[in-house]
Design a protein around this ligand. Structure first.
Ligand SMILES: NC(=O)c1ccc[n+]([C@@H]2O[C@H](COP(=O)([O-])OP(=O)(O)OC[C@H]3O[C@@H](n4cnc5c(N)ncnc54)[C@H](O)[C@@H]3O)[C@@H](O)[C@H]2O)c1
Length: 365
């Protein structure tokens, strides 16, 4: 297949790009580089070692999903078999401060993309949704569990899901795959791909990694009075390479199957903040300082997936455990600090790229 990945140089998109290439699918990455670096494209290429002359191709376009002219040109000239849509903003806390940005990028961006896909009869859209759409629950969340997103970010995901269901109903040939990720964590085992947020990390593992590497003084633990075993929040962490594998399986299963296909991507096992810190201490070999502070508004005590549906229908199992996530995250963090700083806007990839018939820059693999 030939797949367009919006947000393709980001954390999850880059791992999915590699997994798709390794599964034999050609990949175009579209990203505005607002939270990633074009050097990611070279690292994906470095990791992808084609076994035959008929290898899958990798190309990169720098652009924004809200750019209608660009999208129109791209989708009207390229026959993609599917779009995996990762581009968007993802910080719960920031979404309270800048809700309009979240609805602009996440909702309006997806509406434009999906509308143009339908206009040009592209068959399949896979959307990165999130466990933040669910209501609080003391038990594992399955795909039928009630939704009640507690932040503008979660609501942007929930509204997009509803909008895509409506578009699918009006266009029954369309396949919509909704993947609700729980807490993607870790990095590629090569330490060449991983999470490199611009500014303060929003997710726990990158923050812990920065404390472990001495960039930050201490970990803030938001609340130790939740009704959990040690009082700190519990989340279902899933290795990012397992997340990528889930995408390949979901796409291969449903790309040509019209309808709405909804799955959780989690492991079905929760870990508290303190357990994550302990696992990271094992990985980096030192005690990590932390401080208990007050709860953050909107944080739930515990969010754990029921992962049965993906296992039964896709044959998906998240194989990597928490220790592997923290080991890989620590290796990635160490690499990050050794790597020279790359200018994100002026990468050799863009310089070397050729301009295709569609008028956009392409970089063949
Ligand atoms: N990482 C998580 O914990 C998590 C959990 C649940 C859902 N998700 C969702 O998965 C998707 C990918 O997340 P991620 O962790 O890889 O984030 P990320 O920030 O690493 O990747 C997103 C990419 O999209 C790009 N981007 C943002 N706005 C864009 C726009 N308007 N046009 C083009 N590119 C744009 C960024 O530059 C970045 O490379 C997001 O939609 C996020 O909401 C992530």
């Amino acid at each position: 297949m030939k797949i367009l990945l919006t947000g393709g140089t980001g954390y999850i998109g880059s791992h999915c790009a590699l997994a798709l290439l390794q599964a034999g699918h050609s990949v175009t990455l579209l990203d505005n580089l607002s939270n990633s670096d074009a050097a990611v494209v070279s690292r994906i290429r470095q990791l992808y070692q084609p076994q035959s002359a008929e290898a899958a191709e990798l190309s990169f376009i720098q652009g924004d999903i809200r750019d209608e002219v660009l999208l129109e040109r791209l989708l009207s000239t390229q026959r993609y078999d599917a779009v995996m849509h990762f581009a968007g903003l993802k910080a719960v806390g920031e979404s309270w401060l800048q809700p309009a940005d979240y609805y602009q990028h996440n909702f309006n961006g997806t509406l434009l993309l999906a509308s143009l896909m339908q206009k040009h009869q592209l068959p399949c859209l896979l959307f990165s949704s999130s466990a933040t759409v669910y209501a609080a629950s003391a038990t594992a969340l399955d795909e039928q569990s009630p939704c009640a997103p507690a932040s503008p970010y979660g609501r942007s995901k929930y509204f997009v899901e509803a909008m895509l269901k409506d578009l699918q109903q009006a266009n029954p040939a369309f396949s919509v795959i909704l993947l609700r990720y729980f807490n993607p964590a870790g990095a590629h085992h090569s330490a060449l791909l991983g999470e490199a947020p611009c500014g303060t990390p929003n997710n726990l593992l990158p923050f812990v990694a920065e404390v472990a590497s001495g960039q930050r003084d201490e970990i803030q633990v938001f609340g130790d009075d939740y009704p959990t075993a040690d009082g700190t929040g519990v989340r279902d962490y899933i290795h990012v390479e397992d997340v990528a594998q889930g995408h390949v399986l979901a796409l291969q299963q449903h790309q040509a199957e019209p309808g709405v296909h909804l799955y959780n991507l989690g492991r079905g096992q929760g870990y508290s903040v303190l357990q994550v810190i302990q696992a990271f201490e094992q990985s980096c070999g030192r005690v990590l300082p932390y401080r208990i502070t007050t709860r953050r508004p909107g944080d739930l005590p515990s969010t754990v997936a029921c992962a049965d549906k993906a296992q039964q229908l896709l044959g998906f199992t998240a194989r990597r455990d928490l220790q592997q996530m923290t080991d890989d995250a620590w290796r990635w963090q160490q690499q990050l600090q050794q790597r020279p700083v790359v200018q994100p806007q002026l990468s050799p990839i863009t310089d070397k790229a050729t301009t295709g018939q569609d008028g956009v820059k392409h970089e063949p693999c």
